[in-house]
Design a protein around this ligand. Sequence first.
Ligand code: NOJ
Ligand code: CA
Length: 654
Amino acid sequence: MFKWAWRQKNEAEREIFSPNNRIKCVFNLKNSQVFYRVYKNDKLIIKPSRLGFVVCGETPLKDQLSLVRTTTKKHNETIELLWGEDHLIPNNYSESAFFLAESKNSRRLYTIRFRVFDNGVAFRYEIPPQPKFQRITIADELTEFNLDLNTTAWKIPAYQPDRYEYSYEKSAVYDLRRPVHTPLTLRTPNGYYLSIHEASLYNYGAMTIQLNQNQVLQSDITPLSDGTRAHVDLPFQTPWRLIMIADSAIELTTNRLIYALNDPPSADFSWVKPLKFIGIWWAMYVGEWTWAPGERHGATTEHAKEYIDSATRLGISGLLIEGWNDGWEGDWLKNGIHNNFTNSTPDFDFPAVARYATAHNIELVGHHETVGFIDNYEAQIESAYNYYASNNVHYIKTGYAGSMMTINGRREYHHSQLGVLHYQKTIELAAKKHICLDIHEPIKGTGIERTWPNLLSREGARGQEYEGGTLSPSHACFLPYTRLLAGGMDYTNGIFDLDNNAKRINTTLARQIAYFITIYSGMAMAADRPFIYEERFPQVFDFIRTVPIDFERTLPLAGEVGEYYIVARQARGSQDWYIGGVADEYGRRATISLDFLPDGAYYAKIYSDTPESHYRDNPFAISISEKHVGKNDLLDIFIAPGGGFAIQLRKINP
Ligand code: NOJ
Ligand code: CA
């Protein structure tokens, strides 16, 4: 029997203000039910929204609640990321935690903790251990985000065979009748830009969002094959439900609250180094080589050594090799259950290639394509990682092609609790072996790479593998405002062979190098075959060789969702800056003020489209120019339809 130590309240209202007082979140207990609402500059942007849970076998944890205790605190801190788009990130917020108890039913307890920042609101549920519950099964989460139905939404659908790999569509909240993924980016009728997402996703299904029967957006936690959402031991806390808030689309792009809402690393990760790499990869996409063994097999000892020599000549430190292992024969998407992660194909002498790479100072990026057969992968994972580690391989690209995962013999969603647990297992095991990961077909980013910096990159959106017909020029103009709010992405940049018959690319040449600035990745691939770089465009490749993969600071300059994006970044540990921009099929003219530069002279090298460039019929036209500039200068840049530009600003006599 419980004795309440605190005075209970069935009605209560508490305001929480952001440090600059512009954002206000109101917690409200009314008729024994919990609600919150959010204001920016006194304008209501999230209307009263219900909170709560349904626990299996019990009545929903949403009614007959009373407030038994409230704690508040202010937090003021600057956090440091080991690598990334920004070195230092503010973590300043006002926090209130509301301790709730049921006045009837089982007298269950839980807490809702809110953090209100100058650029967003986050909250999570915390369920302490309690007499009747040590382990619970969550049947549903009832979190609402009550937005005006005319709010614009940029969405990709959830629960689809290609996971997160879809084109963004502009829609309205009233149209979100089917679940969509987060980050879900929105523009309210009064002009604010929001993105609903989550931070610190562990041991729980990912949150998707859809309208409920009351026409209110509600969390829809990815179900398991048994129909429930998650089985958890107590104490348990959900991921943070996060609402990023900005005055403009471009301001939204540098919202880094996902990192503020994750823990610092718990071990020494100073061994982690971002990596630029080429790969035995695009040759398979254009049909020159194959993943499977045979006459045109890509991953042979000979090709690998040639690519290592190319990487050395190109000044790139890493090489990915796909198709090196047993299991690619036939229809690999169907046969993936036979993938073996320690046996090489007969024409690939892995230890010899690894020795050759080490002798030439090239980091190999190993490859594990699981095709979602998790039971098969987990049975081999320890020996597979040991095999790479013992051959001096410190990077692995993993892949989870296939519409579902097979876990414990059952079909599960990649973004279900069991999927989340699997990805986490790979990250923690890799950390133990000092291996960095680039996960394709991943779970979406929720900032956990702050805690696990060996998770250098993910895919998790439509990437350039979809070029050749299904990528529009606007796609890469959506990413900074949507997917990239979840962290870096391996978009496989730098395809220069634009008019290849097998895979025609919908961009100009300048745009392919712009991607190295506009789409951040801790593992950045120069994805084309090396002979294209060396023989056809060595001068353009200079940009890829020199562009940093770790930045001190990122300054978003201009843009609109799906239309264009221009960003400046300062290299980590340097006074040099880089600017990149991309535009949709209409192109743009950009006047860039360099007033963000410190005093002093800079040497600018500008790679841009020409007035004649066009992604469709003149993609190769490029202008490369050089000049001295300073903070009082303006740069006038032409971005062609489907085009882009990249600028290197080197400090003179730093
Ligand atoms: C999908 C990945 O995104 C791609 O990069 C990879 O080449 C294939 N899977 C095969 O593993
Ligand atoms: Ca993919």
